[in-house]
Design a protein around this ligand. Structure first.
Ligand code: NAD
Length: 462
């Protein structure tokens, strides 16, 4: 197999990146574009031995990176961000070709945010301070020590963006990293390895292992030298990872699925509410935080639905590289089947498709709105991860109660998808464990140490 493939004119290495070297596996898996099913290339299919080699490289590189001054770590992370900015267009086209999300979003939103992730955590690192405390003349000095080699496992729906939410704070805090990207979108992680090396990140500080989670996941997550595991993905995988990590009691951060509601009350700005509701079809609905349950106050439900249908019917579905496209393909024919299965079971149980309700072809699913759905039905309770919304009505009495009882990691009021990187991001209950962002990320990747120093001449042994 060739070591490099060319994707949308951009050369991409198909091998792992371990200890500052490219390493090929004996076997490969095929990476396919969701846009048209074309084969992009054969990617190294990692083995448990290669996963262990990546952890060993991260362990070997850890002492020197942890001892590197904060200023120097910050400088290198800014250089990584510069590299991302320089290759922004390449990253955007490769990501779109690999995962089918809109090119215009990658160009204008996602990839600039990738660079921002590195800049933000580099700058934040320089401001980190903990309070000192004093007790009976003894100084309690609290410091952060980087925890050690960290395994970062990421999904396919926003591959590089979600990876760098983890990579940037982990590296900033002084940890070394083994990144395992999703097998349906492995390419931009390989480009990130090139960018990081060119920016001067020392060998072994960032390692990338490609392959199936089912084949190499356990070797990473049960490894005794791994000090942190951060995972974004589905609940069933999270359960397997938690069980595997339990052997070493390795601390976990889990960003999982969602089934968020969008609440629309009678006094809402209805045009804004409809705009925000239609926005939930972004990335063909493959967004963990998408508000896929529209809960609309009874008195405005009819008018809301009319305006929603009018707007949603104007969405253009097609090639995500086309500037005019609003909704691209789903990641994989298997995902499309999964989405269609949810919708077929819902309609068989009495749901009505106001729009959509069917696949357009083997890759695209029509934006769908289902009404007449029961609260305890599968379609209301389970994450679909496709362009499928449900609409239920809220009575005024219930609406009052609902606002007091939201259990949610983020509540957006009259807006959506806006977050300062200093604020926490994560979910409650089955949507996750822990938070990413600002100081929450640093806390996760560090061990806190309290150093208590006696005043001179103090003889307290008590
Ligand atoms: P997934 O759980 O199938 O896979 C995620 C990653 O886990 C992949 O890299 C996969 O190879 C790896 N993996 C699989 N089995 C493993 C194992 N046994 N050990 C270790 N790693 C293993 O999820 P997905 O289908 O790629 O992503 C979709 C899910 O991710 C949805 O549920 C979505 O809501 C969630 N998600 C959450 C967030 C968030 O921030 N909360 C963001 C995006 C996606």
């Amino acid at each position: 197999m060739p070591d490099k493939i060319t994707v949308a004119g951009v050369p991409v290495d198909t091998r792992h990146w371990i200890g500052g070297r490219r390493v090929a596996s004996g076997d490969t898996f095929t990476d396919v574009s969701p846009i048209d099913g074309s084969v992009l290339g054969e990617i190294s299919r990692g083995t448990p031995a290669e996963a262990a080699a990546a952890v060993a490289a991260a362990k070997a590189a850890f002492p020197a990176w942890a001892a590197t001054s904060r200023a120097e770590r910050a400088r290198i992370l800014h250089a990584v961000a510069d590299g991302v900015d320089k290759r922004l267009e390449e990253l955007a086209v490769v990501e779109t070709t690999d995962n089918g999300a809109l090119l215009r979003s990658h160009r204008r939103g996602v990839m600039p945010r990738v660079a921002h992730n590195f800049r933000f955590f580099a700058d934040w690192l320089l401001t980190l301070e903990h309070e000192d405390f004093e007790t009976r003349g003894h100084r309690n000095h609290v410091s952060w020590d980087p925890a050690g080699p960290s395994v970062l496992i990421t999904p396919w729906n926003a591959p590089l963006m979600l990876a760098t939410w983890k990579v940037a704070p982990a590296l900033a805090a002084g940890n070394t990293v083994v990144l395992k990207p999703a097998e349906w979108s492995p390419l931009t992680a390989s480009l990130l390895a090139d960018i990081a090396a060119a920016a001067g990140l020392p060998a072994g500080v960032l390692n990338v292992v490609q392959g199936y989670g089912s084949e190499i996941g356990d070797a990473l997550t049960s490894h005794p030298d791994v000090r942190r595991i951060s995972f974004t993905g589905s609940v069933p995988t999270a359960r397997r990872i938690a069980a595997s990590a339990a052997t070493q009691l390795t601390p976990l951060s889990l960003e999982l699925g969602g089934k968020s509601p969008l609440l629309v009350f009678a006094d809402a700005d209805l045009d804004l509410a409809v705009d925000l509701a239609v926005e939930q079809y972004d990335n063909a609905g493959q967004v963990c935080l998408a508000a896929t349950r529209l809960l609309v106050q009874e008195s405005i439900a009819e008018e809301f639905t009319r305006r929603f249908v009018e707007k949603a019917s104007r969405l253009t579905q097609g090639d995500p590289r086309d500037e005019a496209t609003d909704i691209g393909p789903t990641i994989h024919p298997r995902q499309l089947e999964k989405i269609d299965g949810f919708v077929r079971r819902a309609t068989a149980a009495g749901a009505r498709a106001v729009i959509g309700g069917h696949a357009e072809d083997g890759r695209y699913y029509a934006p769908t709105l289902l009404t007449d759905v029961a609260q305890d039905s599968e379609i209301v309770q389970e994450e679909v991860f496709g362009p499928v919304l449900t609409l239920q009505t809220l009575s005024l009495i219930r609406a009052d109660r609902v606002t007091d009882r939201l259990v949610a990691g983020t509540v957006w009021v009259n807006c959506f998808f806006v977050r300062d990187l200093q604020a926490p991001f994560g979910g409650s209950r089955l949507s996750g464990v822990g938070r990413e962002g600002g100081t929450w990320s640093f806390d996760f990747y560090c061990d806190l140490k309290n150093t208590v120093t006696a005043p001179e001449g103090w003889q307290d042994h008590g």
